[in-house]
Design a protein around this ligand. Structure first.
Ligand code: BEZ
Length: 241
């Protein structure tokens, strides 16, 4: 026997999917009304929810995200936050963070990106953010990375008691941009400058036919080979996005 509710009994349960268009919405934010994702055509977007304003884990996440605002912007990526609080609560919380909170060397942190005031839970319901067995009333820590065509490319959901790693979300963004720019796959723990995977069969074919592999390619096994891609080329391609 379990006392967990079934997902089907959750009136807020809809889930975006990787490869589908991001669900559209219009909402009030701390930076005015937004039409999502239409206002962000041509940009990547990191759209993330948090459970509630004036809570500690959320505060640490917002400070971390806001501190990386310029870094994301340089990679053509906008940030958009959401919780099921009111505009007034959002504005007061963000002002309080700027005026009072010092954490891990971050202080006087200004949140320059919009924070959706989804007090009716309309957007949260579209994006599967209300997961009642984790929290009856607040959004979980959902993340969506949406590409310049408005398509969902990455999703993650974290529980309320665990803060996300903004460096990892930035790495995933750069990885997705690099995969697209160079038509490659990205291996585990990749950082710009590390080898990437060539999804074409050329290395394997060369190995089979001539018993040699192209220069710059490392053959780990018949099903796994990597090739060099310099950090300079990765970053130059991102600068020109
Ligand atoms: C927090 O941000 O600290 C938090 C919010 C909701 C539940 C648990 C923790």
């Amino acid at each position: 026997m379990t006392n967990k509710k079934k997902a089907s009994s959750n009136p807020y349960f809809e889930m975006p999917q990787i490869g589908n268009s991001a669900p559209k919405f219009t909402a009030e934010t701390t930076r005015g009304e937004i039409n999502f994702p239409d206002d962000y055509q041509g940009k990547w977007v990191l759209f993330f929810s948090h459970p509630a304003d004036f809570t500690p884990v959320c505060t640490s996440e917002f400070m971390a995200a806001a501190s990386m605002y310029d870094q994301f912007a340089a990679a053509n990526c906008a940030l958009v936050g959401l919780s099921c609080d009111t505009i007034r609560s959002h504005v007061e919380w963000l002002q309080r963070i700027k005026d009072n909170v010092e954490y891990k060397g971050m202080k006087n942190v200004e949140v320059k990106f919009p924070l959706v005031a989804d007090w009716r839970k309309e957007v949260a319901s579209l994006y599967g953010m209300i997961q009642p067995n984790e929290n009856e009333v607040h959004a979980v820590r959902a993340v969506f990375i949406i590409d310049p065509d408005g398509v969902v490319r990455l999703m993650s959901y974290y529980p309320n008691n665990i803060g996300r790693n903004m460096d990892e979300l930035y790495r995933a963004l750069i990885a997705m941009q690099t995969a697209k720019n160079f038509d490659v796959y990205i291996p585990a723990n990749w950082q710009p400058g590390d080898d990437v995977i060539d999804p074409s069969a050329s290395a394997k074919a060369a190995r089979d036919q001539e018993n040699k592999i192209p220069k710059g390619t490392t053959d780990h096994d018949w099903f796994f080979w990597t090739k060099k891609l310099s950090k300079r080329r990765v970053l130059k391609a991102i600068e020109t996005l």
